[in-house]
Structures are given as structure tokens and as C-alpha cells.
Design a protein around this ligand. Structure first.
Ligand SMILES: [Zn+2]
Length: 249
């Protein structure tokens, strides 16, 4: 599932592929923007902000959000019905697949769509003090819900949310007021995303061997790595919760 680290890495891959190059093909397969053609425009910047991605070309900015299943691929990816946009610069091709959001914005104002976000965990403007204050702003709010709120801090999705609840020793449903050290939890969040920003395989345990990368996420019924208790699971809509009934109170 795309989280802030995946988007940061995607931006880096797209930047390597397209930045400084002139588009030789621009095929947008979203009805509203089907007539927009950025062919001939120079791609001069690719940036990520939380889970949002911007490809800036001349006066336009291609804004995308991967949501649950979206991705960008560079290379000779097959063009099928899931492809929403094709950008080419000479022999380089980048395609956006199943993008949850794809829109063409006026470059001057493209950051308006992310103005509501809290500090970006992987951004140049990362501010742990603001993030910690945001985290604790509503003491009774459930921890998982608060961590997933991009206005609190930007970049956390279901995987990091569950892993952070585990390292905090709290259940996803615990109120944030139960967090003993907000600064420490915010620092852990930053460390987790930072450590994973340049790879696709995600690891929060420090052990990158297959099957050992995560504490609780995706491990329903399996033994807790700390105490051996079977990991519990619950879900509501898009939200999933994994926790150790013994380690997390
Ligand atoms: Zn445990």
C-alpha cells in the first residue's frame, strides 16, 4: 500500500527519468483532461508532499495521489485500461496506473491542494514539535485515527500506523492521551519512513530478512515477535488494525 515513503521514492524515480527532459508525448486518459497536451514542455521539477506527487512542466503541474492501488512505472510498461497517463521523453516512458487522483493544476497554485497537510515526515520542512503538538491536540481521539489523519502529519498509512501503535505499546483504539512520550513517537514515525524512503520493501523491525520486516502489520494470528502472543486483527472499511493483545494496552 502506498504510504509517504513509497510516494517519496516514486518521486525520486520519476525525477531521475524525466527532470530536465522535454515531453515528446503526453496522453492523459481522464475525460476532464483528455484534451490537455503537455508535449513540448520541459519537466523541471518532480516533488512529493505527504502522499501527493507533483510533476511540474512549464506552467502546468500534474498532481497525482496513489490512494490504495495506484502507482507510477518508468520503463516499457504495457499500456492497458488501468493506465491513466502516459508521459514520454524520447525513449523514456512513465505511466501512471490506477491513480486515485490525477489532475492538471496551474503550477503557481499547485501546493494549494496540500495546504491542509500537517508537517511532511519526509519533507524539507519537517517539524517534529508541530507534529507532536498536532498529535496530542485532541486527547480523547483514538491513536490510529490520529496517526492516519494527514493534517496531523503527512505520510502515514495503514502499515506505519499499526507499526507505530505497536512500538508505542498502545492499541490502535487507545486515546492519544495514553501516549507517554509524543516527541519520541513522532521521532519513531520519522525514522521509520526515512529508513524506507529509498526502497520498495518496507521494514520497521530493523531486520530486513523476508518475513521479519514488520512487527504486526499483516501478521494476524502469527506470534508476536516480542512475546509470542498471536497478533489480533480487526478492520473497518479501508482501515485495518493489527496489534499484540499482550504488548499493547
Ligand atoms: Zn507481544
Amino acid at each position: 500500500m502506498p504510504e509517504g515513503d513509497t510516494v517519496w521514492h516514486t518521486a525520486a524515480v520519476l525525477r531521475d527519468a524525466l527532470a530536465g527532459k522535454t515531453l515528446t508525448r503526453c496522453d492523459i486518459r481522464v475525460p476532464r483532461y483528455a484534451t490537455v497536451d503537455l508535449t513540448g514542455r520541459l519537466v523541471d521539477e518532480v516533488l512529493s508532499r505527504g502522499k501527493h506527487l507533483f510533476i511540474r512542466a512549464g506552467p502546468a503541474s500534474i498532481h497525482s495521489h496513489l490512494k490504495m492501488d495506484g502507482s507510477w512505472r518508468v520503463g516499457r510498461h504495457r499500456v492497458d485500461h488501468r493506465v491513466r497517463i502516459i508521459l514520454e521523453a524520447g525513449d523514456i516512458r512513465a505511466v501512471g496506473i490506477d491513480l486515485g487522483v490525477l489532475e492538471i493544476l496551474d503550477r503557481e497554485h499547485d501546493q494549494d491542494v496540500v495546504a491542509h497537510l500537517g508537517p511532511d515526515l519526509l519533507g524539507a520542512d519537517w517539524d517534529p514539535a508541530v507534529a507532536a503538538a498536532n498529535l496530542m491536540a485532541e486527547p480523547q481521539r483514538p491513536l490510529a485515527e490520529t496517526l492516519l489523519d494527514q493534517r496531523v502529519m503527512a505520510g502515514i498509512g495503514n502499515v506505519y500506523c499499526n507499526e507505530l501503535c505497536f512500538v508505542a505499546g498502545l492499541r490502535p483504539t487507545s486515546p492519544v492521551s495514553a501516549v507517554a512520550n509524543p516527541d519520541r513517537l513522532v521521532a519513531r514515525a520519522r525514522d521509520m519512513l526515512w529508513a524506507n524512503r529509498s526502497r520498495w520493501a518496507r521494514c520497521t523491525t530493523g531486520d530486513t530478512r523476508p518475513g521479519r520486516q514488520l512487527w504486526v502489520y499483516g501478521r494476524q494470528g502469527m506470534a508476536c515477535r516480542r512475546c509470542g502472543t498471536p497478533i489480533a486483527y480487526d478492520h473497518t472499511g479501508d482501515r485495518v488494525a493489527y496489534w499484540c493483545p499482550a504488548c499493547q494496552r
